[in-house]
Write a protein that binds this ligand. Structure first.
Ligand code: ADP
Ligand code: MG
Length: 276
């Protein structure tokens, strides 16, 4: 006795990786019958559903693979809070043509001004537009490189870093790097040069990058590559977190605390508001 056709069909659809058609074919058949649609339109509707779902699954997969520290978009970014940032440039970058052109982006400015938020939003936009993305903090990337070196899998990690369409390196500047660390980071920039796009965020102006990378020669060579095709975003302004927390505190307590008391409650290293 042969298996019922539903079982065989389910098996084949699984093998063909068409989970949406498998899930929906019965329901959609009933709908199409009720609407009097022929078999071609029925099939078309199912295939379209599979395509839409597949695109959504691929975006989700790219977002998972990117290892973003948080998922943020430009929809929640208030450009009026940071007038120094060129909004038109950010919106243009969110179209992700810079990734196709293999250009870099550097976001510079004080802590808490929205650099990471913007980098995450550009990363998300790139995932949605079909580009592979990897997100690291500078310290995290250097740690991963050193660990890979110790475990003799540096070449594999370097190949991955070289092949990703958009690499985001957040927070260059908070932690000074060891000599090996700086050299490994330099190699990443060198290997990606004109092969893929890189976004770097930093609290330090270029002339202070030597303090992180150690050597002036290395810093010069790194900046040379990074700024060859570059879009620079300047985040000059007050910390959004700080302003926000002031606003919250003012709202909570109409007789506001002196601002100096609030300012001292900020971690000078990370810009995080320290809980009282
Ligand atoms: P930075 O990386 O420059 O230190 P972040 O991007 O981490 O700053 O911003 C600090 C916090 O404030 C984050 O939660 C971020 O989402 C929020 N934030 C900063 N700027 C804005 C803005 N212009 N609009 C909305 N949220 C913002
Ligand atoms: Mg940041």
């Amino acid at each position: 006795m042969s298996a019922p056709p539903e079982i065989l069909l389910a098996h084949h659809l699984k093998q063909l990786k068409l989970p949406t058609i498998l899930r929906e074919y019965d329901k959609v058949a009933a709908l199409c019958a009720a609407e009097g649609l022929d078999h071609v339109r029925y099939l078309m509707r199912l295939v379209e559903m599979e395509l839409i779902d597949r695109e959504r699954r691929m975006v989700e997969r790219r977002i998972r693979d990117a290892h973003f520290s948080a998922v943020k978009s430009l929809d929640t970014f208030d450009f009026t809070a940071i007038p120094s940032v060129n909004k038109m440039m950010v919106l243009e970058l969110a179209r992700c043509e810079f990734v196709t052109r293999r250009e870099n982006v550097i976001a510079l400015g004080n802590s808490g001004t929205g650099k990471t938020h913007t980098a995450l939003a550009l990363g998300l936009a790139a995932c949605q537009r079909g580009c592979s993305v990897s997100f690291y903090t500078a310290a995290g990337l250097v740690h991963a490189l050193m660990e890979a070196k110790d475990e003799r899998r540096l070449l594999k990690l370097q190949a991955q870093l070289q092949n990703v369409k958009l690499l985001i390196i957040d927070e260059l500047g908070y932690v000074p790097l060891s000599r090996t660390g700086a050299e490994l980071l330099f190699d990443v920039f060198s290997q990606r040069h004109e092969r893929g796009s890189t976004i770097v965020t930093s609290n330090l102006p270029f002339d202070e990058w030597t303090s992180v990378l150690g050597s002036e020669r290395l810093t010069g060579a790194l900046l040379d590559r990074l700024t060859h095709h570059v879009n620079i975003l300047e985040f000059n302004g007050d910390s959004y977190r700080l302003k926000h927390s002031k606003a919250r505190r003012h709202a909570a307590a109409p007789k506001a605390e002196p601002e100096a008391a609030i300012e001292t409650a900020i971690d000078p290293e990370t810009g995080e508001i320290l809980e009282p």
